[in-house]
Design a protein around this ligand. Structure first.
Ligand code: NA7
Length: 540
């Protein structure tokens, strides 16, 4: 076993880990990033399924901390595809010369806080122990895949893929019968692409979802130049808007408009495309009447597009729109007009098991050559809970969060009993409701400023107080309970895994308000935290 010492160890080389490394290195600290893949990219390294794209407008889906870096990159399309985002992150890693400090093909297995030396000991699957004062998680909130434990999956004779762990080589669906399980963003993006090749495509759908039109298109030279000129504005949107991104809005409730006006506005949003159905009337998440207007508009659109009225009805979502992440798609509803595309609801006909020639539903077997699991992620907490991280007195995150069902954090960034441990895009932060790079920049900047404070004040540790966690948890709960979110089972509540609510683990007050709170905590000398003074040099 080799032992190495760094000022900071960061897990993950996606957006979060790359920026954290850059910031801390600029501060003069020695940093090691540990990454399981053999390249940078995080979730964009793994999610190579056909049609994989980001649902934020590409011009917002980049770092803005460096004007120089920002102005060197232009996106090709309105929505960046997975290969292009991966190219962007490789470009960032090269421009900032980050690779020398990233250890690829290595997993963090375990980590524990050593109270004697007040440092973290981090163990990898390459038999190394890394000792670090600061330990930072950039594991992402949608990175550990959810593979439902269907009985018999090992007996299937065909091919099986999960959208979040797609092979590097192209999967050829030509002439094959394909079953897709899941119709979240991944399934919705993949199916129209698979339908182009497959002999037969069947969606096994548990819950119908709202899918808005993406209206993707190449960005013109003019669009690209405008994005570069608008640097200040785009940077500003990161911290001044609830989602870290500028979106079309009337600024008013739907109830303030006539039916005709609503229809005109929603038609405009539908034709322009994108996530604006979720921003056009800002009270969509709290006002049932507004919510109904938008939800019904989408149901009517489904009826217009899907020719078979029975299929159209099956595709009608019935939860409050935006209480699950709104999906944007291209030709999703349209594929159900093609003869070789089938739709089966699992509601009254659930999956019983996988068999050697297909998927056995209660009412019979759907024979197929390929099964695509578009079944999402163990969202928010899954990746952290996979690692055995132990804070003071051997307390693990699993213990602290009661097997992951009772998340406790302060600001979604830190935890009591876990000194000098920081989470980027952790649970109880607003990250998954935002444009992810915006949330990541804010989190990393806050952590970097906090570390500067510790170093400047000769402090050895910072640790959230229990009372701060309790207050933060209550603040998150109170906010969530004032909205329509908790009415819906979703991965926001963890209910996508086994249908059981785990508690709402997102700060729903918006990135702009969250940033103000975090900044205020820092301005007030990190109120709500405890500190330990540095003693003599630590000898390992
Ligand atoms: P999502 O949005 O979690 O979607 C997963 C889909 O898989 C969804 O339709 C689920 O149905 C379905 N699912 C999950 N488990 C099962 C089981 N056991 N049986 C049948 N169907 C199941 O994941 P995505 O990868 O599409 O998107 C994740 C995020 O990544 C997305 O929001 C973007 O931000 C990017 P359910 O709705 O739970 O009934």
């Amino acid at each position: 076993m080799t032992i190495k010492q760094y000022d900071a160890v960061v897990i993950g080389a996606g957006f979060a880990g790359l920026y954290m490394l850059h910031k801390l290195r600029e501060r003069g600290l020695s940093v090691r990033v540990i990454e399981a893949a053999d390249g940078v990219g995080g979730v964009w390294y793994w999610s190579r399924y056909p049609g994989a794209k980001c649902d934020s407008d590409s011009i917002f889906y980049n770092f803005t901390f460096s004007e120089e870096l920002y102005k060197k990159w232009s996106w090709k399309d309105r929505y960046a595809s997975q290969p292009e985002i991966l190219e962007y992150l490789n470009f960032v890693a090269d421009e900032l010369d980050l690779r020398p400090d990233i250890q690829f093909s290595t997993r963090v297995k375990e980590a524990s806080f050593n109270n004697d030396i007040k440092h973290w000991e981090i163990y990898t699957d390459t038999d190394e122990t890394l000792i670090a004062k600061y330990f930072i998680s950039g594991v992402g909130c949608l990175s550990t895949t959810n593979v439902p434990p269907f009985e018999g999956s090992e007996t299937f004779k065909g091919e099986q893929y999960h959208t979040g762990r797609w092979p590097h080589e192209k999967v050829d669906f030509t002439g094959k019968r394909v079953v897709v399980i899941g119709n979240g963003s991944s399934g919705v993006q993949a199916m129209p692409e698979i339908a182009k090749e497959a002999k037969e495509l069947t969606l096994l759908m548990r819950t119908p979802h709202y899918v808005a039109e993406a209206r993707n298109h190449p960005l013109s030279k003019e669009d690209q130049e405008k994005a570069i000129q608008n640097y200040e504005d785009i940077r500003d949107s990161f911290s001044t808007t609830p989602g870290g991104i500028r979106m079309f809005t009337t600024g008013k409730s739907a109830t303030e408009f006539t039916e005709e006006q609503q229809k005109e506005t929603l038609e405009h949003v539908w034709t322009t495309g994108g996530l604006a159905l979720g921003s056009v009337y800002p009270d969509v998440g709290v006002n049932k009447e507004t919510n109904y207007v938008i939800s019904q508009f989408v149901r009517d659109k489904i009826d217009e597009i899907v020719e078979d009225p029975e299929k159209a009805k099956m595709l009608h979502p019935d939860y409050y729109i935006t209480t699950k992440r709104l999906i944007i798609g291209t030709n999703f509803y349209e594929i159900f007009n093609e003869d070789h595309v089938n739709l089966l609801s699992l509601k009254d006909n659930p999956i019983e098991r996988i068999v050697e020639n297909g998927v056995a539903l209660r009412d019979g077997i759907i024979e197929c050559d390929v099964i695509v699991y578009a079944t999402g992620y163990e969202a928010m907490t899954g990746s952290l809970l996979k690692i055995d991280i132990q804070g003071r007195d051997g307390q693990s995150i699993q213990d602290k969060w009661g097997d992951g069902r009772d998340v406790k954090t302060y600001l979604g960034l830190t935890m009591e009993n876990f000194p000098n441990f920081f989470m980027i895009t952790g649970p109880q932060s607003p990250s998954v409701l935002t444009n992810m790079p915006s949330a990541i920049e804010q989190h990393v900047d806050w952590i970097d400023r906090c570390i500067e404070y510790l170093e400047d004040n000769n402090l050895q540790t910072i640790e959230a107080q229990k009372i701060s966690e309790m207050k933060w948890g209550k603040q998150c709960d109170d906010l969530a309970n004032s909205t329509l979110f908790p009415h819906t089972n979703s991965w926001y509540t963890g209910a996508n895994i086994d249908g059981e609510q785990r508690g709402f683990v997102i700060y729903v007050g918006g990135l702009n308000n969250y940033k103000k709170i975090c900044d205020q905590v820092a301005d007030n000398n990190y109120e709500g935290f405890s500190f330990e003074k540095a003693h003599a040099n630590v000898v390992i």
